[in-house]
Design a protein around this ligand. Structure first.
Ligand SMILES: Nc1nc2c(ncn2[C@@H]2O[C@H](COP(=O)(O)OP(=O)(O)O)[C@@H](O)[C@H]2O)c(=O)[nH]1
Ligand SMILES: [Mg+2]
Length: 406
């Protein structure tokens, strides 16, 4: 799979040399550098290649001390950028470190964004021993450089590489640990009225692509063709659409029973996808909370996209209906779409159910999931809850809970 781009955000007050630093790192002029405070109003992005982490994007931001109504909006935008970048540089100069910087550090911590602190303009003033001591107490690398003189830039880039988590640049693999070259994998993909016209949905495309990247042999078929196929072939893995879980599980069990010794590992697209975006363990732990639901309990349905019809139908209708039927309780559902803020009263929810997250980045999804986890609410995802409610949970997750490869 293609390596991912590492997003590196440059943060700091106005006039600290953030834009100059981007130019120095990129080795060419891209951001507008000026001595008028607040020149960078819109994020400027520069793509570069960094030894050790590969393709990267430097994201320039507006000063965190920007003033006035528009200025405050820019600061808000900058805080948002801290949520989505993979790593951050907090730029200071001339030993000025105060409330703006500590507020920024708080955001980095809140969003789990690794960061380092760099004092720029070292040609004008070196970092004082006192401030260095104070900065080291944040337990992050503290460096000095001069963007104008290109001093300390190599060391800065090396420090960026060191704080970048491997997951930010290593390619995500959906099935790489489950299949080997030449393994046969069956994909059960119903093309019913809910399937989009003339194309496949993204999770299916992603899994097929990943199987090809791993040189596995992917066979795509619909439920009707599964039984005949399985009678003559023994695939390494069957991945099915969650909506036909129960039916597929029935077919697989029948074929297994008819052929002693035949074992057919089965899982679903949504479970494969939920692994790729992380939080798999958390989702596994969260799903049994379904058994404790009571009348009047609130359930938060977390959708990542607003317009993939089949996902919307699963989240808005299928899962609520299944939950009501299976528990027999009066449940109250709240739906949050895309990256809408989560409700303030999170802790009042008995359960949260996240969609597969195919339309958002890992970091975006994890930040939302983390918010729920921190509030103490059990969280699981669409695929796992459907599996639980249709009593095949154990079967579709056993390849992940028993051992690493099936
Ligand atoms: N002496 C010196 N001046 C610098 C350095 N880096 C930036 N500057 C100057 O500081 C001013 C603000 O730089 P800029 O990159 O626009 O800052 P930003 O607002 O943080 O993006 C400009 O006049 C730059 O020339 C440096 O390393 N040394
Ligand atoms: Mg700037």
């Amino acid at each position: 799979m293609k390596a991912k781009h590492v997003y590196i955000g440059i943060f700091g007050k106005r006039n600290q040399g953030k834009s100059a630093l981007i130019n120095a790192i990129a080795g060419q002029d891209i951001a507008i550098v000026a001595d008028v405070a607040g020149t960078t109003t819109d994020p400027v992005k520069k793509s570069i290649e960094i030894f050790g982490i590969g393709p990267s994007v430097l994201v320039d931001t507006a000063g965190i001390d920007d003033e006035g109504e528009i200025g405050r909006k820019r600061v808000q935008k900058t805080f948002e950028a801290a949520k989505t970048v993979d790593v951050a540089l907090l730029v200071i100069s001339e030993n000025q470190f105060g409330a703006s910087e500590t507020a920024m550090i708080q955001k980095f911590r809140e969003y789990n964004t690794p960061f380092l602190i760099v004092q720029n303009k070292a040609d004008v003033m070196p970092l004082s021993a006192d401030l260095k001591q104070e900065l080291l107490s944040f337990n992050v690398p503290v460096l000095e450089c001069s963007a104008i003189n290109h001093h300390g830039i190599d060391e800065l880039v090396k420090a960026i590489v060191q704080i970048t988590p491997p997951s930010a640049h290593q390619p995500d693999t959906l099935v790489g640990d489950l299949v080997k070259r030449g393994d046969l994998v069956v994909l059960v993909m119903p093309q019913d009225s809910e399937a989009p016209e003339g194309r496949l949905i993204l999770p299916q495309v992603q899994v097929i692509r990943d199987l090809l990247d791993n040189h596995a042999v992917a066979i795509a078929l619909q439920t009707e063709e599964l039984s005949d196929f399985l009678r003559t072939q023994t695939p390494k893995l069957i991945i099915t659409d969650s909506q036909v879980f129960a039916q597929v599980s029935q077919i697989v069990t029948t074929v297994e029973q008819a052929t002693p010794g035949k074992h057919l590992p089965l899982t679903s697209f949504s479970i494969i996808l939920s692994r790729a975006k992380g939080n798999f363990e958390l989702f596994l732990q969260g799903v049994p909370a379904i058994e404790n639901l009571k009348d009047g309990d609130r359930i938060l349905m977390m959708e990542s996209c607003t317009h993939v019809t089949s996902c919307e139908d699963i989240g808005r209708h299928k899962i609520p209906a299944l939950l009501r039927k299976s528990t027999g309780k009066k449940l109250d559902f709240t739906f949050v779409a895309a990256l809408e803020p989560l409700p303030h009263n999170l802790s009042e929810y008995a359960l949260a159910i996240q969609c597969g997250g195919c339309m958002v980045t890992k970091k975006q999804l994890q930040n939302r999931v983390e918010q729920v986890r921190k509030s103490g609410v059990p969280i699981t995802n669409y695929g796992m809850s459907i599996a639980w409610l249709t009593n095949i949970y154990k079967r579709v997750t056993e390849i992940f809970t028993n051992n690493e490869s099936c």
